[in-house]
Write a protein that binds this ligand. Structure first.
Ligand code: KE4
Length: 432
């Protein structure tokens, strides 16, 4: 089947023709590009076109696609059984590596980031006996009901449903504050700190484009929740083991940490970790129920363990950061030469090209980006063989499989695309 056939058949089977909304390319002119195979820094579509890939499955593939050691580990695991419904050595192998690298005393493996954050919040509510949770606008922590919430009318008001099917009563359990706004966090806790179970936050926001935390925000997260008896949950599902071997270190030590993506090496995973007395509240030791048929799956554990083993000596992270810096500098030059209203933000191997003059500090500013120009830029890059996440509000991911030559090709494509993708309304979809 070619791209068009795949899209047609998928369109009749799945809502939006995809298994996850962002893959529908809804925010860009092109029709979704099906990927049939991938290797290293490249993906290939069903028409046989090749692309340099910066989607990296939205983060897990820090080593690149089909890394030989990961493929071999998954194959070997599969040959001895794909799932047991029992404790297996692979869970201990990966769990030990994660605990040693992060200092997290006890862990629970789950099957997605959504499950990890959902469980962390349930645990925090049980541990504190409180119901309210604080999140930040533009941060995404998966699709559990209580996290599909948008900001209410004022800082002290509780959230409003941000998805059909989420009852107002559930949304009202979550407050949504501006990222990087230490004062807003202080005001919230002054008014409702005694009712607040937890604050959940991304150490570097990766779901509004890349928005790093400011020092004052970091200090507020360190001090305010704890002063009011609330827990801090760091959602390191993107940043964990991506910025370095272990936790990102960008936010204060959290009571609970959620991991995913990289620790599964591209297979379905999530993980919740933290202080022993908190994790011991989880069934079967404690009263907080959580379960999963395929949690700790041996193939996932093998993929994660081989990925972490390839990252352990730090050389891959050093290489990836060097390549990402090279890309950042090249894109910055392209922006200046094209006199484009755009800016590049990078933290480690996470990078965004915002179509706005200055780096945003929160979602309100990020959402002022010119998404029409981003859409045209995305189209021009795709036409030049570069696969970017199809949204202004996703991060680009550089992997250990990218090369200087890949970066040079990307920067050349971007220089042309920036000149072509001038501001204005977005053209209709074009098949590709
Ligand atoms: P999953 O349930 O999709 O495994 O993880 C949810 C999640 C939690 N926390 C953070 C910081 C995340 O970034 C995510 C998922 N990220 C999105 C896009 N940035 C995954 C892509 C998708 O939704 O298809």
């Amino acid at each position: 089947m070619d791209n068009a056939d795949l899209r047609e058949q998928a369109g009749s089977l799945f809502p939006g023709g995809v298994s996850s909304p962002v893959r529908s390319f809804k925010a860009v002119p092109d029709a979704p590009v099906p990927v049939t195979r991938a290797s290293g820094a490249r993906v290939y579509d069903a028409d046989g076109r090749e692309y340099i890939d910066y989607v990296a499955a939205y983060g897990p593939l820090i080593l690149g696609h089909a890394h030989p050691e990961v493929v071999e580990a998954v194959g070997a695991a599969a040959a001895t059984g794909t799932a047991f419904g029992a404790l297996s050595p692979g869970e201990v192998e990966l769990g030990r590596r994660i605990s040693e690298a992060t200092g997290l005393e006890r862990l629970r493996f789950v099957n997605s980031g959504t499950e990890a954050t959902m469980t962390a919040i349930r645990l925090a509510r049980a541990a504190t006996g409180r119901n309210l949770v604080v999140k930040f606008e533009g941060c995404y922590h998966g699709h559990s009901d209580g996290l599909l919430v948008k900001a209410g009318s004022g800082v002290a008001t509780l959230g409003l449903s941000d998805s059909a099917g989420v009852p107002a009563s559930v949304a009202a359990g979550t407050a949504v504050l501006p990222y990087n706004d230490a004062d807003a966090l202080g005001r919230w806790f002054d008014e409702r700190g005694g009712e607040t179970a937890a604050v959940i936050v991304e150490p570097v926001a990766g779901n509004m484009g890349v928005v790093p935390p400011e020092d004052a925000f970091r200090d507020a997260l360190q001090e305010i929740p704890r002063r009011h008896g609330a827990l801090l949950i760091n959602d390191e599902i993107i940043t964990g083991f991506r910025l370095r071997y272990g936790l990102s270190g960008l936010l204060p030590e959290a009571d609970l940490v959620c991991l995913g993506k990289v620790i599964g090496g591209g297979l379905p995973v999530g993980m919740l970790g933290g202080r022993a007395e908190l994790l011991s509240l989880l069934a079967p030791e404690g009263p907080v129920y959580q379960a999963g048929t395929l949690s700790g799956n041996p193939l996932v554990m093998a993929a994660g363990t081989s990925t972490l083993d390839a990252l352990r000596d730090g050389r891959a992270h050093a290489r990836i950061d060097e390549l990402a810096r090279y890309l950042e500098n090249g894109l910055g030059t392209g922006v200046r030469r094209a006199e484009a209203e755009a800016c590049v933000v990078r933290r480690g191997s996470l990078l965004s090209l915002f179509f706005r003059p200055e780096p945003p500090r929160d979602y309100a500013e990020a959402s002022q980006s010119d998404t029409g120009t981003f859409a045209r830029f995305h189209h021009e890059m795709l036409a030049r063989g570069v696969m970017l996440p199809p949204s202004q509000f996703e991060a680009w991911f550089v992997s250990a499989a990218h090369t200087e030559a890949d970066i040079d090709q990307t920067v050349r494509a971007a220089a042309e695309a920036l000149r072509v993708a001038s501001p204005g309304p977005v053209a209709g979809r074009s098949g590709s």
